[in-house]
Design a protein around this ligand. Structure first.
Ligand SMILES: [Fe+2]
Ligand SMILES: [Fe+2]
Length: 265
């Protein structure tokens, strides 16, 4: 079920929790940035499209949206993408060349509805400038997040996500242990290549985020995190290279789980 909450002035979160049996909950977030030209950041999971659209209508009339910022093309981000493009002819999708290529294999984006923006480039959305950046962790090479100069909010796509036992609306309501364990685990699943990164190179990337002094970090897979949490979020990422790599359940483990479910049911 998709619910909404206000992260900070002018930014609504559309969220639903995905349960991963045996592991916990992953929040899946999209955001409405109420700029002069309103921006929807990602469009929810494919399997929850109708529910997502209903929740969206509770925070903005979709005909008022001018932009969809598509951080990447994963199934938990493209749910309502085409439905919204059909409903609102003035909507355009801010994304990358390779993202358009990937979408062409499942549901092509009309070329006159896209706006290609690479990391480091900016776009004006009426009352503010958004600067695209490549987050220091991602699961899809097309990923771009962005920094909103006016609100000081960093939109980080999948970076900084966490697997949690319960999902509050404010990351500050998580204990240090819940937050760091959840974030490190998520990163080992979602960005397993972090085990291979050069630590000095990673530290530079984390420093670049530190230097922004964001007022808030909004991840696709973490409750809203105020700027006073930035150091904790960066520390979690810094711990990933030496964390235990994730290995998923194998067939024997799956059969054991199914037996337990059958016995219990
Ligand atoms: Fe992803
Ligand atoms: Fe995601």
């Amino acid at each position: 079920m998709t619910t909404t909450y206000r992260a900070t002035a002018g930014i609504d979160v559309l969220t639903s929790n995905v349960a991963v049996p045996g592991f916990g909950l992953i929040p899946v977030n999209a955001f409405v940035l109420h700029a002069a030209e309103p921006v929807l950041v990602d469009t929810g999971p494919i399997v929850e499209r109708d529910d997502f659209l209903a929740a969206l209508r509770s925070v903005i009339d979709p005909s008022e949206l001018r932009w969809i910022w598509l951080t990447h093309t994963d199934f938990d981000h493209i749910g309502a993408l085409h439905a919204l493009l059909e409903e609102n002819p003035q909507l355009r999708v801010i994304t990358t060349f390779v993202a358009v290529g990937i979408m062409s294999l499942i549901a092509p984006l009309p070329m006159d509805r896209i706006y290609l923006l690479n990391p480091g480039q900016t776009i004006d959305v009426g009352d503010r400038t958004l600067t695209a950046f490549k987050p220091p962790a991602f699961d899809n090479p097309v990923t771009t997040g962005f920094y909103d100069q006016q609100s000081g909010v960093l939109f980080s796509s999948d970076c900084f996500g966490a697997m949690l036992d319960a999902v509050p609306e404010n990351a500050a309501d998580l204990t240090d242990d819940e937050l760091s364990r959840g974030q490190v685990f998520w990163a080992t699943v979602d960005s397993p290549w972090l085990h291979k990164v050069d630590r000095a190179a990673q530290a530079k990337e984390l420093d670049a985020i530190r230097a922004l002094h964001p007022n808030m970090i909004l991840s696709s897979h973490l409750p809203a995190a105020g700027g006073d949490m930035t150091e904790r979020l960066l520390a979690s990422l810094a711990a990933v290279p030496s964390a235990t790599p994730f290995v998923g359940p194998d067939q024997a483990a799956l059969e054991h789980m199914l037996e337990q479910m059958t016995a219990g049911g």
